[in-house]
Write a protein that binds this ligand. Structure first.
Ligand SMILES: NC(=O)c1ccc[n+]([C@@H]2O[C@H](COP(=O)([O-])OP(=O)(O)OC[C@H]3O[C@@H](n4cnc5c(N)ncnc54)[C@H](O)[C@@H]3O)[C@@H](O)[C@H]2O)c1
Length: 442
C-alpha cells in the first residue's frame, strides 16, 4: 500500500521505517529540510535502537523514500499519517497549528480515495477540525476520510513497541476506513496483535486516558516514596507487593526523580485543559503534575541537605536523557535537577551514553564528561538520574576513590543499599532507608 507520512520525528520516522519493513511503499516528508537531507543519505536524526538498520534496509530496497516536497508523499497515497509535533501552549493547551498546516497540505495534494490519519496526540474533537480544514482547502477531486490511530510507542523501545504493540487502536466512522487500517497493520494483526475499533472521539480520548493513568502510577509511587522515607519502609519492597497484584500491575511502579520527556507532561496539561473546556473539573490531573515536580524537588532538597552549601561543591549527574535508550533530553528530570543545582552555585558535571549533545544545548552551563569515572572525579555527590543499564555495571570502587565525598543519591534505585554501604558509600536511595558505611571517608 502507498503510505505518506508527514513529520519525521520520533513517531513519524519510526512509523516510516517500520511500515516500509512490513511491505508498504512509504514516502515521508518534513518541513525541516536538513532532516530530510540527512534521512535521504541514510542518517537518523536521533538515536533509537533499530531505526538506522531499518532505514538502510528501506532505502536500499526502495520501499522507503523521503522528500521535502509534500506532494511526493501525498499524491497517490491511500493513507497519509500526520505525525507532526503538538507542543504545549503557555496555557497548557495543545498547539495544533502543525496539524492544521499538515491537513492543508494533504487537501492540496491528495488524489483518489485517501484516508487522513491522526497519529499525533490531539485533543478529543480534533478530527472534526481536521475534516473541516480538508473540506475547505481541497483542490482536486480526492475523496478524503479521517481516522484516528494514536501511537503508544515508548522512546528507547520504539521499534520494538511499533512492531509488537499491546494493541492497535483505530477510531473511524466508515467500514472502508477500518478495512484500510486493518490492511496497513495486516502483518501485525495476523500475528495476534489486538486491533481495537472505536469511534474517532473515543480513540482520541483513550490516548490521553492511557498517558494520564501511567503518569498517575508514576506520581503515586513517587509520593509513596516520600512516605517510605519518613516511615522507614522500603518502597522497592512495597511496590513489589503492589505489583504482584494483577489488578495493579508492576509496570510504571518504580520510584524515582519523576517522569520527563515530551509526552506525559504535555499530554496531561492538554488533557486537563480539554476536560475543563468540556465543563468538567478534573483536579487529579493537576495533582499528578504537582507530585512529579515534588519528586524532583525532594531529590534536590536531599542533595542540599547532604552537602550543606552547594557553592564550592561539585555534583556529578549520571543520565541526562529523559529515559534510557534515547538521546532525547526534552524535559529530562536530570536536566531540571542540573538547573536547580546550578542556580544554587554548584558545579554540575554530567555524563550520558547518548544525550550529551542535546543536554549541552538545553543547559549550556552544565559541564560534560566523556565517561562516568571522569564525571565522578572530585565530585562531592553523585546522582543517578537515568537508569541506563551500563550504570548498574559501574566499577563502584573506582567511582568511590575518584570522588571527593563518597555520597551517592540513587534517583532510580539501581544499586543495592547493602552493597553500597559495604563499599564505603553514604548511600541515599529513593524511598529507601539511608545507609551509611562504618568506614566512611568523609
Ligand atoms: N515521542 C513519543 O514518544 C510519542 C509517543 C506517542 C505519541 N507521540 C505524539 O506524536 C506526535 C509527534 O511526536 P514526536 O515525538 O514524533 O515529535 P518530534 O518533535 O520528534 O517530531 C515532529 C516532526 O514534525 C515535523 N513537522 C512539524 N510541523 C510540520 C509540518 N507542518 N509539515 C511537515 N513536518 C512538520 C518536525 O519538523 C519534526 O520533525 C506528538 O503529538 C506526540 O505527542 C509521541
Amino acid at each position: 500500500m502507498r503510505v505518506g507520512i508527514i513529520g519525521t520525528g520520533h513517531v513519524g520516522l519510526v512509523s516510516a521505517v517500520c511500515l516500509a519493513s512490513l511491505g508498504h511503499r512509504v514516502v515521508a516528508t518534513d518541513d525541516d529540510d536538513a532532516k530530510i537531507a540527512m534521512l535521504k543519505e541514510g542518517g537518523a536524526p536521533f538515536f533509537e535502537e533499530g531505526v538506522s538498520d531499518l532505514l538502510a534496509d528501506g532505502l536500499d530496497g526502495g520501499a522507503l523514500s523521503f522528500s521535502t516536497d509534500p506532494a511526493d508523499a501525498i499524491s497517490g497515497a491511500r493513507i497519509v499519517l500526520i505525525s507532526v509535533g503538538t507542543p504545549p501552549r503557555v496555557t497548557g493547551e495543545a498547539n495544533l497549528i502543525a496539524v492544521e498546516r499538515a491537513a492543508r497540505t494533504v487537501a492540496q495534494h491528495a488524489t483518489g480515495r485517501c484516508l487522513v490519519v491522526e497519529k499525533s496526540t490531539v485533543p478529543t474533537g480534533s478530527a472534526g477540525r481536521l475534516r473541516q480544514t480538508l473540506a475547505r482547502e481541497k483542490l482536486g477531486s480526492a475523496e478524503l476520510q479521517v481516522a484516528s490511530n494514536p501511537e503508544f510507542l515508548r522512546e528507547g523501545e520504539a521499534v520494538q513497541d511499533f512492531m509488537n504493540p499491546d494493541r492497535i487502536l483505530v477510531g473511524a466512522d466508515s467500514e472502508w476506513a477500518f478495512a484500510t487500517m486493518r490492511e496497513l497493520y495486516a502483518p501485525l494483526i495476523e500475528r495476534g496483535v489486538p486491533f481495537i475499533e472505536t469511534s474517532i472521539v473515543s480513540a482520541e480520548l483513550a490516548k490521553h486516558a492511557c498517558d494520564a493513568f501511567l503518569a498517575l502510577k508514576v506520581s503515586f509511587v513517587n509520593a509513596l516514596a516520600r512516605v517510605c522515607e519518613r516511615s522507614g519502609a522500603d518502597v522497592v519492597d512495597v511496590t513489589k507487593v503492589m505489583g504482584a497484584d494483577p489488578r495493579i500491575g508492576g509496570a510504571y511502579l518504580r520510584a524515582g526523580i519523576g517522569y520527563g520527556g515530551s509526552c506525559f507532561s504535555k499530554d496531561l496539561h492538554a488533557f486537563e485543559r480539554m476536560t475543563s473546556q468540556l465543563g468538567y473539573d478534573f483536579p487529579l490531573l493537576n495533582e499528578i503534575s504537582r507530585l512529579n515536580e515534588e519528586a524532583l524537588q525532594s531529590t534536590f532538597e536531599k542533595i542540599k541537605d547532604l552537602l550543606w552549601n552547594l557553592a564550592d561543591k561539585t555534583v556529578a549527574l549520571l543520565g541526562l536523557a529523559y529515559k534510557p535508550g534515547t538521546d532525547d533530553a526534552r524535559f529530562a528530570p536530570g536536566l531540571n535537577l542540573a538547573r536547580l543545582l546550578l542556580d544554587e552555585g554548584a558545579t554540575v558535571v554530567g555524563y550520558d551514553p547518548r544525550a550529551t549533545a542535546s543536554a549541552k544545548v538545553a543547559v549550556p552551563s552544565l559541564l560534560l564528561s566523556g565517561d562516568p569515572y571522569a564525571a565522578a572525579n572530585g565530585a562531592h555527590c553523585l546522582v543517578i538520574c537515568t537508569e541506563w543499564d551500563e550504570f548498574a555495571d559501574l566499577d563502584l570502587d573506582r567511582i568511590m576513590h575518584a570522588m571527593a565525598y563518597p555520597i551517592v543519591v540513587d534517583g532510580r534505585n539501581i544499586f543495592d543499599p547493602n552493597r553500597m554501604t559495604s563499599l564505603g558509600f553514604s548511600y541515599h536511595g529513593t524511598g529507601r532507608a539511608t545507609t551509611e558505611s562504618a568506614s566512611r571517608r568523609s
